[in-house]
Ligand binder design. Structure first.
Ligand code: NAP
Length: 305
């Protein structure tokens, strides 16, 4: 199986590239196209067609996107291009070259009022990011009817910069020691990027064998936490003071953040089970530790459970 992973320099794409390590795989990047990644602008049909023509993949995974609120609020045209135009152009290119496509989407296509959400539940996004992810899903389905759309919740994993994941942003706030109010209403299901990548790899294999074409698949960790609870977990695990962290409802009160988008994963296609579940409580410490710096306690305190 030959694979192309668009967006291999990002949080999920790095994990997906590793998960495909034993196949003939080509990864792409854009601003971070380093270490063997091919630089491709996914908002350019020419770039996409050139890459697909050169590598002739059997399977393509699209991990290109823009999920950071500071970008979709501050530079909406750019975020629209990365989330919607890129999805449409990649889907067209993949369909033309006869490969199979796995497109990554998000639980933000739902409004969070009636969890759990099944793959056939009615989407009703509350904000621009959710609307773009839904537009992208529809564009992918129109251009490449056989594509699999995989919806994921918030991801975490080794970050290259603090703003790369919600978890590392919270870790920074815990470590900084300055008063902060964190939402205690909206529940998220942080899922390790490597676990999501393993699901991607299995779907790609199934697609290659002619299975699960044209489906929508949900994958999510089972444990849910609000940001405030996550901060307390971090503080407790590293023996840090939590006195500066206060419970609030900023996200819920904004009206544009879904309260609970728990994804129902019961309908995982046969052949994709079992994927090793990673427990958040066991996996988060090495991910957050590098981002706690300012308030890092003495080593002996960090040893505490
Ligand atoms: N992270 C999450 O919590 C989460 C949750 C649910 C769903 N998702 C979805 O999962 C997918 C991957 O998310 P992620 O968190 O891994 O994103 P990310 O870390 O921000 O990575 C985005 C990737 O897209 C690439 N990219 C951006 N603009 C591009 C362009 N014009 N042309 C080509 N590539 C471009 C980036 O390349 P450079 O960095 O090299 O510029 C990077 O490889 C997205 O569809 C996202 O919506 C993410």
């Amino acid at each position: 199986m030959r694979a192309v992973i668009f967006g291999s320099s990002g949080l999920l794409g790095r994990s997906v590239l590793r998960a495909f390590g034993d196949t003939a795989v080509t990864g792409t990047g854009f601003s971070r196209a380093v270490g063997g990644l091919v630089r491709v602008d996914a908002t350019s049909a020419d770039d996409i067609d050139r890459l697909l023509g050169r590598h002739r993949p059997d399977v393509v995974v699209n991990c290109v996107g823009e999920r950071r609120p500071e970008v979709w609020e501050g530079a909406p045209a750019q975020a629209l291009g990365r989330n919607v135009d890129a999805a449409r152009l990649i889907a067209r290119g993949v369909h033309r070259c006869g490969a199979r496509l796995l497109h990554i989407s998000s639980d933000y296509v739902f409004d969070g009022t009636a969890p759990p959400y099944r793959p056939d539940s009615l989407p009703n996004p509350l904000n621009a990011y959710g609307r773009w992810k839904l537009l992208a899903e529809r564009a992918v389905r129109a251009a490449c009817p056989d594509a699999v759309i995989l919806r994921l919740p918030v991801l975490y994993g080794p970050a290259q910069f603090a703003a790369e994941t919600n978890l590392t942003v919270i870790a920074r706030q815990v470590g900084a020691g300055a008063r902060v109010e964190l939402d205690d209403v909206c529940v998220r299901y942080p899922t390790h990027a490597d676990e999501a990548a393993e699901v991607c790899r299995r779907i790609a294999g199934a697609l290659w064998h002619g299975q699960c074409r044209g489906s929508v698949v949900h994958w999510s960790a089972e444990q849910g936490f609000a940001k405030f609870q996550t901060a307390l977990l971090i503080a407790r695990r590293f023996g840090l003071s939590a006195g500066h962290i206060h419970a609030g409802e900023t996200d819920a009160a904004s009206g544009d953040r879904p309260v609970d988008c728990r994804l129902d994963c019961q309908d995982l296609p046969a052949g994709l089970r079992p994927v090793r579940r990673r427990l958040f409580s066991a996996e988060f410490p090495p991910v957050v530790e590098p981002w706690l710096a300012p308030a890092r306690p003495a080593l002996s305190r960090r040893e505490e459970p």
